[in-house]
Design a protein around this ligand. Structure first.
Ligand code: DAK
Length: 255
């Protein structure tokens, strides 16, 4: 798979580009995606990232089943670890990552979307965690992230049955933030990214970092993390400029 990266202003779009296999991930594709996400994460001129799939059929149809069919446990562990590294990279880059789900998001494809901060779907999108129908459990985080997003009961039903969820249901259960016509999906993701990019970079990164531990610790622990992030913001230029701009009834000019 080639991973295409394009830029419009401070917004980067990463496109999973292997449409002949519905953008399924093999080892090379995962390594390329990991490299691209890390590179964008380190680029201070990038303020938001959109992740989407090439073509009009799939975001990603999951891990490459042809490649996985030959794995022994050792190869499976390495492949699982690489997929998890991709999802952690998406989760830990300072910029918000928006999944623009333009078709099938199955298995590892759905899990990559789950690691993103926000998910928009085309009305043609279909989600599933069908791993149990292939004789394996999910391996790139669905068991951890899906319950946090849609609740334990719904996640258990989807993971244990492997059934498909269309865009309307995905919106209802909170799996996606919004649904758009296919031709309106990328423009909507661009608008959302631009809205985020118009805010303070450091405040957005701090909020993303604090939300990342919302479910990893108990509520009192999470509140302490939030308090640290909140207090630290008060040593920054962004805080001074943001509040000064509000009080002076003008738009902020971020440093
Ligand atoms: N891998 C490889 N090729 C795939 C693929 C996939 N996941 N999905 C589709 N393709 C290929 C098809 O083989 C076909 O290629 P050709 O035969 O033409 O060469 C081409 O893409 C078009 O697909 P179809 O002809 O099947 O298209 P349809 O419209 O009929 O069906 C579909 C679309 C998405 C319903 C169907 O392709 C499908 O069911 N695909 C499989 C989806 C799936 O089950 N995905 C989950 C994969 S499992 C772990 C590590 C990782 C994972 C788990 C554990 N550990 C280490 C613990 C991750 C697991 C997964 O992601």
């Amino acid at each position: 798979m080639s991973i295409d990266v394009t830029r419009v202003g401070s917004v980067a779009t990463v496109t999973l580009n292997r449409p002949e296999a519905l953008n399924a991930f093999d080892q090379a594709a995962l390594s390329d995606l990991l490299r691209s996400v890390r590179k964008l994460g380190a680029d201070q001129t990038v303020r938001a990232i959109i992740l989407t799939g090439a073509g009009d059929r799939a975001f990603a149809a999951g891990a490459d089943i042809k490649a996985m069919a030959k794995f022994n446990p050792q190869a499976a562990r390495a492949f699982g670890a690489l997929g998890q590294a991709v999802t952690r990279a998406i989760e830990t880059v300072p910029q918000p990552v928006i999944a623009a789900v333009n078709g099938y998001a199955f298995g590892g494809g759905c899990e990559i979307a789950l690691a993103c901060d926000l998910r928009l779907a085309a009305d043609t999108a279909v989600f599933a965690q069908p791993e149990v129908s292939l004789g394996i459990p999910p391996g790139w985080g669905a068991t951890q992230r899906l319950p946090r997003l849609v609740g334990g009961g719904v996640a258990a039903e989807l993971i244990l049955t492997g059934r498909r969820v269309d865009a309307t249901e995905a919106l209802r259960i909170g799996l996606v933030n919004a649904v758009h016509r296919p031709d309106a999906l990328l423009p909507a993701a661009g608008e959302l990214a631009a809205q985020i990019a118009g805010n303070s970079r450091s405040a957005v990164a701090a909020a993303k970092q604090a939300m990342a531990v919302a479910f990893g610790v108990d509520v009192p622990g999470g509140l302490l993390t939030e308090l640290d992030a909140f207090a630290s913001a008060f040593g920054t230029e962004d805080q001074r400029e943001g509040m000064a701009a509000f009080l002076e009834k003008r738009r902020p000019v971020w440093p």
